[in-house]
Ligand binder design. Structure first.
Ligand SMILES: *[C@@H]1O[C@H](CO)[C@@H](O)[C@H](O)[C@H]1NC(C)=O
Length: 813
């Protein structure tokens, strides 16, 4: 039913307007009713029946209606009771807002007859709203030095309720700085003001939070709160303050540039610019400014240059801090520099001698001092030298050391020493310094010259040019300088007979030997002498060596024919019996050669003959033999020229003339002659010759005696004169070797060595042949016999190597 009544309101309004235009109002006065807001729907407003004095039925029949001015169905009429009730919960604040009192106007309309009553419903306020601040928080900035009593107006709170229900009071919680006063505004509202009771201190309490409470007058009262945030604004009332008055720190020397030494820090109780502290050195001298640098903002002090412990062991730095307001404070930084091992040890030589005589006993060579500028272990030093040297270091007082030899030195084994003295410190890492000392060992003449050979053999060909270089001797001396300067000399010869000074000379400087004159192999085959080498040291030392000069033979001697003698006034004539067989030994040409070896190998050949073909000469032994049987027709006298040639290069030769007389009735000797061919095989053995030689020599004496006897017999028995065979006195060539060596044999018995070359060349056969130059044994008698004897000797004994003793015996018989 109600909903239907509430329908079509516009139709009704139109109707109402119509009615107002044509119908007067039933009553002109306002009827006043009131109702409290926020009462439940259906709250009683007025009983119309009673109000109007009509029955409930009439109300119904006359279609009584309640219409609000705003056309909203705030109220409704209960047709059974005639009560006007609220149709909804009425909210004063919603209907009227801030308008007070809040009236809801409505009309009561009745038909038959149409009547209209005007009424107003006052909606009574209840305290249904709390005060509300616009912001949850108010920010208030107050300088810390604001004087006490200053007031700060605060924003009001809002309360929808009106009247008593509106805001009646403001409070803050009790605090020591502020209280609240309430003031009336022009609009008739109250507002709170904050009054400063006590000076603020930003440094103590930069911010304050107070709770502001707004109270309304409701019962019970409602309240709303907000926070007053009071920011105390700083003023520069504080100087900066360092955290320490003295900063002590340590920094190793040689810390890299830029390393942080210390960070100073000053606090400023103020804020903002007033608390902006800048740092700087204060009263800093040059040193500090070159070494350190301070960051003005962070207070970090860093190294700008290297610290040197050895220079300054600690630094004192004054640092100032200034805030933005110009207030300042100072502190002191003590930087203790720590030693690092940055200085290598030093070696200071106090005295030094680079030279030392060899063979000196322990000698001090150098005195020096080791030093290290560092301190502690870093400054302790240790000194040593190489350990394979004959030197040692002897520690002395206060880091002094003495370098000395350990033993006598020998320059010849080592003349120079490079001693490296090493000094190290005990720091970490160890630093070391090396110093080299060169020690030169001076020479002492302790070595005699030494010849390169113990003996020298020099071969010199005879007939050399005078002053010819024949060889050199050489000596070395292990010393040096004048101690090694060698002078060569010939030493006086032990052999007094050798005229050494006229034979050889020596170059004193280089040991070259010269033959002073031409040497003659035949006179001197070899000789020995000593040479000396002397150094120039003091005292001088010397040594000697043996030099043996061997003269080499040259073919400078022609063969010399011993038999038959060529320059005799009456040459020998060989007698050959006509009855001689073929191969009969006529004679033997005996020749010698002063040379030796090849140069003395003689060969014989028949150069000329009166009758060629009758005689032959054996090339190797000079035997002259008949080549065929003799006949009566052969001439009695023959002349033969035999050439004797040696084997030298070029060969030298001599010729000899033989006279042969063929005789009749010359009795044959008894001795059976060997077969005609006496020509010996080339390879006839040496041993046979040796045997012969031995036999010859041993028989020599006996032979001589026998000859002597024979001569005597000869002289007595025979007077017949044949031909003279003479040997002139002193004729023997001087170049023949005198084998006696001393020449002690008497002049009357000269022996000559007849050298016959063996055809094989393997040996020389020497035998002695007696010659009687001075036996003046009177006349042809002797000579005749002697010739005969020679003949026999040559024919039988020598070729056949028989004992000639028996031959002679026979002959003498
Ligand atoms: C000595 O020895 C040191 C180190 O071995 C070296 O440097 C120096 O050249 C040498 N001196 C001579 C002169 O040899």
């Amino acid at each position: 039913m109600e909903t239907r009544r509430l329908c079509f309101p516009r139709q009704r309004q139109v109707l109402l307007l119509f009615l107002f235009g044509g119908v007067s109002l039933a009553a002109n006065r306002f009827r006043h009713y009131s109702v409290t807001e926020e009462t439940e729907r259906g709250s009683f407003v007025v009983n119309l029946a009673k109000e109007l004095g009509i029955g409930v039925e009439e109300l119904a029949t006359r279609r009584t209606r309640v219409v609000s001015d705003d056309n909203k169905q705030h109220l409704l009429l209960d047709s059974h009771t005639g009560n006007v009730l609220t149709n909804e919960k009425l909210d004063r604040e919603k209907l009227c807002g801030s308008i007070e009192p809040c009236m809801l106007y409505f009309q009561i309309l009745m038909d038959n007859p149409f009547q209209i009553y005007r009424a107003e419903l006052k909606i009574r306020d209840i305290n249904d709203h709390s005060p509300v601040f616009r912001e949850k928080e108010m920010v208030l900035k107050i300088l810390e030095n604001t004087a006490e009593g200053a007031t700060f107006r605060l924003e009001r709170a809002q309360d929808s309720d009106r009247g008593l229900n509106g805001i009646q009071n403001y409070t803050i919680e009790p605090n020591s700085f502020f209280h609240i006063t309430i003031s009336d505004s022009d609009e008739g509202t109250i507002y709170p003001e904050l009054v400063l009771d006590k000076a603020l201190d930003w440094e103590k309490q930069p911010e304050l939070n107070l709770t502001l409470t707004a109270l309304d007058g409701g019962s019970p009262p409602r309240s709303g709160i907000t926070t007053i945030r009071i920011l105390v604004l700083d003023v520069n009332d504080n100087a900066p303050k360092f955290s320490q008055l003295i900063y002590e720190t340590q920094a190793p020397e040689n810390s890299p540039l830029g390393s942080l030494v210390v960070k100073v820090s000053a606090e400023d109780a103020d804020s903002g610019v007033n608390a902006e502290v800048t740092y700087s050195f204060f009263d800093a001298d040059e040193d500090i400014q070159t070494i350190f640098q301070i960051n003005p903002f962070s207070g970090e002090i860093i190294l700008k240059a290297l610290l040197d412990y050895e220079l300054v062991k600690s630094h004192k730095i004054n640092v100032q801090a200034i805030d933005g307001g110009g207030l300042s404070a100072r502190c002191m930084v003590l930087v203790q520099v720590l030693d690092t091992n940055d200085n290598p040890p030093e070696l200071i030589i106090s005295s030094l001698s680079n030279y030392i005589d060899e063979n000196s006993p322990e000698t001090v060579l150098a005195v020096f001092r080791a030093k290290d500028r560092d301190s502690g272990e870093n400054g302790k030093t240790v000194c040593y030298i190489q350990d394979n040297l004959p030197f040692r270091l002897k520690p002395s007082v206060e880091n002094f050391y003495i370098l000395m030899t350990e033993e006598a030195l020998d320059r010849e084994s080592r003349a120079e020493y490079n001693i490296t003295i090493t000094v190290t410190d005990l720091g970490t890492p160890r630093l070391k310094t090396e110093h080299s000392i060169i020690i030169l060992v001076s020479d002492v003449n302790d070595n005699a010259p030494a010849f390169t050979q113990v003996s020298y053999t020099l071969l010199v060909r005879e007939n050399n040019q005078p002053a010819m270089h024949i060889g050199s001797v050489s000596a070395t001396d292990r010393d040096s300088g004048t101690n090694a300067q060698i002078t060569y000399s010939l030493l006086t010869n032990q052999d007094q007979h050798l005229p050494l000074a006229s034979l050889v000379s020596i170059n004193a400087n280089n040991g070259q030997l010269f033959a002073l004159r031409a040497l003659d192999f035949e006179a001197l085959q070899a000789f020995e002498f000593h040479v000396g080498a002397t150094d120039q040291g003091s005292p001088a030392l010397s040594s000697q060596a043996l030099v043996r000069v061997v003269v080499l033979d040259d073919n400078d001697n022609s063969p010399f024919v011993l038999y038959p003698m060529q320059n005799a006034s009456a040459p020998c004539t060989e007698l050959v019996p006509r009855a001689a067989e073929q191969g009969y030994l006529v004679t033997k040409v005996v020749a010698v050669d002063g040379d030796s070896g090849q140069n003395a190998w003689l060969s014989y050949q028949l150069l000329k003959a009166t009758e060629p073909g009758l005689f032959g000469v054996w090339a190797h032994n000079g035997e002259v033999r008949t080549s065929r049987l003799l006949s009566e027709r052969d001439a009695a006298r023959h002349r033969l020229v035999v050439l004797v040639k040696d084997n030298g290069e070029p060969p030298l030769s001599a010729s000899v003339t033989l006279h042969v007389l063929l005789v009749d009735g010359f009795s044959q000797p008894y001795l059976p002659l060997p077969e005609v061919a006496p020509e010996r095989a080339q390879g006839d053995s040496l041993t046979v010759y040796l045997v012969i030689a031995l036999a010859s020599v041993s028989s020599l004496f006996l032979f001589s005696v026998l000859v002597f006897v024979a001569v005597r017999v000869c002289r007595r028995r025979r007077a017949a004169s044949l031909e003279v065979c003479s040997v002139p006195e002193g004729h023997f060539p001087g170049h023949l070797v005198d084998v006696s060596g001393t020449g002690t044999l008497s002049q009357s018995y000269q022996y000559k060595v007849c050298l016959t070359g063996d055809s094989s060349g393997t040996s020389e056969f020497k035998f002695l042949k007696p010659i009687y130059p001075n036996i003046h044994s009177n006349g042809p008698d002797f000579q005749q016999h002697f010739c005969l004897y020679c003949d026999v000797l040559l024919k039988f004994i020598i070729p056949n190597k028989f004992s000639f003793l028996s031959v002679i015996m026979q002959y003498n018989n």
